[in-house]
Design a protein around this ligand. Structure first.
Ligand SMILES: Cc1cc2nc3c(=O)[nH]c(=O)nc-3n(C[C@H](O)[C@H](O)[C@H](O)COP(=O)(O)OP(=O)(O)OC[C@H]3O[C@@H](n4cnc5c(N)ncnc54)[C@H](O)[C@@H]3O)c2cc1C
Length: 420
């Protein structure tokens, strides 16, 4: 077996791994990325591609699980928990529920907002300067409510975002309709977030990979990691199908697969895959002008010149890899309640992906105490595209290759909070 060494060896070729590779190369480090399939074949492929500081508030807040309790075992519910017994998953869900006090939510929201705002700014800069051709647009996002009571009840969310420094515009039904003619008449109202943006995720990943190669980075595709070599407190190398690779630093950017691989080196990451689905068509004539969040049904709608996508659902069913019609159909039905044209002329792709979910709804970024040269860059949950660029910046700092540009308080993301 060949043995090849670089300054930084990045494990995983999704948005997080490739953004990190780009940032490190720009800082002068040599980089190799190892990826089991093609780049971006995990969660970074057909997600909704929104960059959303407006999602700074964690999804699970006090009372939410209790409110959804009557629905969570229904196979077409937006939040679904598989009733199949799995002790690990059950314990993880109990810990997740236990960690959703308002005090924790406020702290998490603040940390997430910092990362999201820096990342949105940095992504725009990369798109402009590299440049990355990925159908990027900084045109905000619109949260839409059909039901008057849900709209009223969502006011706390807007107020909290404002307290965190985000601009939110409140719109009545007529204003929502005027802003977004693709919606059916009769919406109750909405919130517009001018600070949000979107891009086409598969193109973003391909463009990151192109730039990484142009800057001299090496991407090893079809290189499935099978074993780690360790020495004292260091992880020295990984053995893959294609050879053995080593780095002064290793970056774990393995998305939802991170706990499985971390287990091989004695680490227990408090993470579960949170499965989501999407449907992609060619663009319909009356596609929405900007990303929409259809709030009562938790469906995200994104349009690009090259397509139109509905994405949704959070499913805790372990590493289940089936594309389930019941869930795709629920997304279609939900979109039909809001949109004049809830589907495009030609179906392009039906997809599922595993979001890498952490138990406290914060990513895990930084160096832990068990392995001195291992940098974590994982657990970005529902927000990996939105957080990729700022994560890359923090990881570069941890690798000694940062420019000190970021003033994000990184303690909140430290692996040490889980004793890692
Ligand atoms: C339906 C849906 C919609 C979403 N919408 C949004 C959105 O609008 N905005 C947003 O910010 N986020 C969104 N997300 C979340 C986002 O997709 C993820 O947070 C993000 O893609 C995670 O990136 P990653 O690089 O950590 O993981 P991944 O993209 O999953 O990358 C991990 C990589 O590791 C590789 N790998 C795994 N095991 C091995 C191994 N043994 N050897 C080598 N390589 C390995 C995998 O092949 C994979 O390519 C959405 C997710 C879903 C499912």
């Amino acid at each position: 077996m060949t043995f090849r060494k670089s300054d930084v060896l990045i494990l995983g070729g999704g948005a997080i791994g490739l953004a990190t590779a780009l940032q490190l190369l720009k800082s002068g480090a040599s980089v190799r990325v190892v990826e089991q399939g093609k780049v971006g074949n995990g969660a970074s492929h057909a997600n909704c591609g929104t960059l959303t500081p407006s999602h700074a508030i964690p999804l699970l807040v006090p009372g939410m699980l209790r409110k959804s309790l009557g629905q969570i075992f229904r196979r077409d519910a937006p939040l679904y928990i598989s009733p199949r017994p799995d002790l690990n998953r059950l314990l993880w869900l109990l810990k997740l529920a236990h960690r959703t006090s308002w005090a924790r939510v406020e702290r998490a929201a603040e940390a997430r907002m910092q990362l999201l705002q820096r990342s949105t700014q940095l992504t725009a800069q990369w798109v402009r300067e590299e440049p990355l051709d990925c159908e990027y647009a900084a045109d905000g996002s619109l949260y839409v409510y059909r039901d008057a009571q849900s709209f009223r009840e969502a006011e706390w969310h807007a107020e909290m975002l404002e307290r965190l420094g985000l601009e939110v515009q409140r719109l009545n039904g007529a204003a929502v309709q005027a802003m977004e003619p693709a919606l059916l008449p009769g919406m109750s109202g909405g919130y517009f977030h001018p600070g949000d943006a979107h891009l086409r995720p598969d193109r973003f990943v391909d463009e990151l990979a192109r730039r990484v190669r142009e800057l001299g980075g090496i991407i090893e595709e079809s290189a499935r990691i099978e074993k780690f070599h360790t020495e004292g407190k260091r992880v020295d190398a990984v053995r893959t199908h294609r050879g053995v690779y080593s780095g002064e630093r290793l970056v774990m950017a393995l998305g939802a697969w991170s706990p499985q691989l971390a287990h091989m080196i004695g680490l227990r990451l408090p993470m579960q895959p949170g499965k989501g689905y999407s449907l992609t068509w060619t663009r319909p004539p009356r596609a929405p002008l900007r990303p929409l969040m259809l709030r009562e049904d938790s469906v995200c709608v994104t349009s690009w010149d090259s397509g139109f996508r509905l994405g949704s659902t959070l499913e805790f069913s372990g590493y289940d890899s089936q594309l389930r019609d019941v869930r795709l159909n629920a997304i279609r039905r939900a979109a039909a309640r809001y949109l004049r044209e809830p589907a495009g002329p030609m179906m392009r792709e039906m997809w599922w992906g595993w979001r890498p979910m952490s138990v406290d709804q914060l990513p895990i970024i930084g160096i832990g105490k068990r392995w001195s040269n291992l940098v974590y860059a994982t657990a970005h949950g529902m927000l990996g595209m939105s957080m990729a660029a700022a994560t890359a910046e923090i990881v570069a700092e941890c690798c000694g290759a940062g420019g000190g540009a970021s003033d994000i308080r990184i303690d909140a993301f430290s692996p040490r909070r889980f004793g890692l």
